[in-house]
Design a protein around this ligand. Structure first.
Ligand SMILES: NC(=O)c1ccc[n+]([C@@H]2O[C@H](COP(=O)([O-])OP(=O)(O)OC[C@H]3O[C@@H](n4cnc5c(N)ncnc54)[C@H](OP(=O)(O)O)[C@@H]3O)[C@@H](O)[C@H]2O)c1
Length: 340
């Protein structure tokens, strides 16, 4: 009996300390839209993406915080964690007022590597906790220091199972390093297996989602499980690396978005963000351009139901980000927009 108590005591204590710290982690004073995660913590609906333009991110993050953003999205692979930290420090906004997400990279999926990877991100972000830590992809790469380990021009894949990786991430919640954990780029079958075989329901799933790739059924599945959806690439094919020469017009120039925007004095990009927020998702637009950074923040506004419906009709099941071939893993196998 005594030994059972001894075993149980620390986990009860850490539970209490998590609950106490939770009380201080609501986004008090943030008067734009926020959503509640299944942990009880809140996430601002508009976040700031930091993929690409690494050298511009210190200034971009500073501009974003000045404009009012309180949610920053980064990842180990972007190399932007140090820039994010500098931008935050320059802004003077307290760490406790900011929701920070970063992501575990594929070379650190082995359960013995997960805590060290998280520590490296914490160090670069100059913080002692993450608001949200995501497994960036379900697919492992070979272990080691190389982020993109290659042999003969091909990625060297690893053999860690994402379920074991996630179980190692669960320990980071227990130790207080991560207030929440989640995943990114999982298929439905992969997510279902994760839910069956692990104990913490992911707080969030970060996926490509925008009016041209709406994934309505998959979104409903998340709602039924209490998993928050974060939309990456909320402007669809605005990211220049998604231009596959397929001659598809830019989502943010779609006449439906512009027409709807006219009613509210907003542009197509702002309407795309407002549509995501109307669905209950957080959106994480990226920009290195101060005027766009400010304008995108004003994408947090309420659309009338009939306007949401007009945008619902734009779905083309068009997916722009699918590195299956390069990463040696068949992503999104059971999801909309899967090519071939
Ligand atoms: N989990 C994942 O695997 C994953 C994958 C992709 C992205 N993400 C996250 O999601 C974030 C956003 O996605 P994203 O970067 O792919 O694409 P995005 O935010 O949809 O689009 C960014 C592009 O749009 C331009 N832009 C921004 N605001 C604009 C505006 N108001 N009008 C016209 N153009 C505008 C930006 O240009 P300028 O910068 O030149 O202004 C940039 O080229 C990323 O930064 C990253 O944090 C995650």
């Amino acid at each position: 009996m005594l030994s059972r108590l001894q075993i149980r005591a620390p986990s009860r204590l850490s539970q209490i300390s998590r609950q106490l710290s939770r009380q201080t982690r609501t986004m008090a004073g943030y008067n734009k839209t926020k959503f509640q995660l299944n942990t009880g913590d809140e996430i601002p609906a508009i976040g700031f993406g930091t993929w690409q333009d690494k050298d511009a991110q210190e200034d971009a993050v500073y501009e974003a915080l000045k404009a009012g953003y309180r949610h920053i999205d980064t990842a180990r692979i972007y190399g932007t964690e140090p820039g994010v930290a500098k931008g935050i420090s320059k802004s003077g906004v307290p760490r406790s007022d900011i929701f920070i997400t970063t992501k575990l990279w594929n070379n650190s999926h082995h359960p013995d590597d997960v805590e060290a990877a998280c520590n490296a991100s914490l160090k670069d972000l100059q913080t002692d906790y993450l608001d949200l830590y995501l497994m960036h992809w379900p697919s492992p790469f070979a272990r080691g220091d190389k982020l993109m380990p290659q042999k003969d021009g091909e990625i060297q894949t690893g053999d860690s199972d994402y379920v074991d990786t996630y179980k190692a991430m669960e320990k980071l919640v227990k130790s207080g390093k991560c207030k929440a954990i989640g995943v990114s780029n999982f298929s439905r079958a992969e997510l279902e297996r994760l839910l069956r075989e692990t104990s913490i329901v992911p707080a969030a799933h970060q996926i490509e989602l925008h009016p041209y790739l709406q994934q309505t059924d998959f979104v409903e599945f998340h709602k039924s499980k209490g998993i928050h959806v974060t939309q990456y690439s909320p402007f669809g094919n605005a990211n220049p690396i998604y231009d596959k020469g397929e001659n598809i017009g830019k989502l943010i120039d779609d006449p439906v978005l512009s027409d709807v925007g006219r009613k509210y004095g907003k542009n197509g990009a702002q309407v795309a963000l407002a549509w995501g927020i109307a669905k209950g998702h957080s959106v994480i637009p990226k920009s290195k351009t101060p005027a766009r950074i400010q304008a995108n923040f004003e994408g947090d506004f309420k659309l009338d139901v009939e306007d949401v419906k007009k945008i619902d009709a734009l779905d083309k099941k068009l997916r722009f980000n699918d590195p299956s071939q390069r990463f040696g893993w068949n992503f999104y196998a059971d999801l909309d927009g899967k090519q071939g």
